[in-house]
Design a protein around this ligand. Sequence first.
Ligand code: NAD
Length: 297
Amino acid sequence: MTTVIDGNSVASDIRSEITDCVETLEDSGVNPGLATVLMSDDPASETYVSMKQQDCEEVGIESHHVEIDPDAPAAELFDTIDDLNDDPAVDGILVQLPVPDHVDKREVIRAIDPAKDVDGFHPENVGRLVAGDARFKPCTPHGVQKLLEAYDIETEGADAVIVGRSDIVGKPLANLLIQKAPLGNATTTVCHSRTDDLAAYTETADIVIAAAGVTEFIGGSMLSEDATVIDVGINRVDADNEKGYQLVGDVDYESAEPVVDAITPVPGGVGPMTRAMLLYNTVKGASEAHGVDIELP
Ligand code: NAD
């Protein structure tokens, strides 16, 4: 029987523990706050930001939202970030990516105070993660680790194959899985768009993590019966429903599920975990900024 890894359930447990963390902070007079900054009129970005605000509300984190006209000069965004860096009510700052073309994304990431960089993208935080001294683990890779932990999937000594080398998923996840630390110690291979014969890597892996953004391209024939498959991909495909589309992963669930040992669905796998780990980073930031101890999940 294949185990279907339920991200909604694991994320819900984490959110409830984060609610307790918020209460502990409040008992010490600290109201944790997350600022979201949106400089885009892309409907998907608008939806992501409003979901993050909703998530905050649910666990008691105060959400501060700033919207900037996508045609405004870049300076407006940088001034906003400066203000949020200085605002003691804000413990985490999230600038929704992508930003418009006339704004340098790397400069935006560098402008955020690393102590409030709850995405974990600032070079100081990337360096700390690589050095095994992470302050904020990026939300999606951290969520993947938490899913593996929740289902007792051993990473130590496992052969893990990550498909995708992006700065937000593939690279940080590889760095987490190779750490000599709990939820690490995996022998980790990173495959990417120039990998010759991807199946040669995936079919012998104990853990396959797909994060390429290519619709259902990893099928059951590329996976072993002992494999745990974590599908990070979120791809829109046309569908005959009210929305006109549905979300599918990078893994062809129909052919993979009967073959493998455990698998995440899309939606309902990694997505809810990414959202939960943003809340985790926000309360962690608040706890460190105000010197209040909390018990993180
Ligand atoms: P990206 O486009 O920045 O990176 C994709 C990576 O996949 C690249 O490194 C590329 O080398 C690799 N790749 C592309 N085609 C490939 C192929 N045919 N074979 C092997 N490797 C290939 O994407 P990203 O931001 O890392 O996101 C990846 C996917 O994960 C997207 O579908 C995205 O929507 C999704 N995502 C989901 C969550 C979540 O919470 N579930 C979070 C972030 C991203």
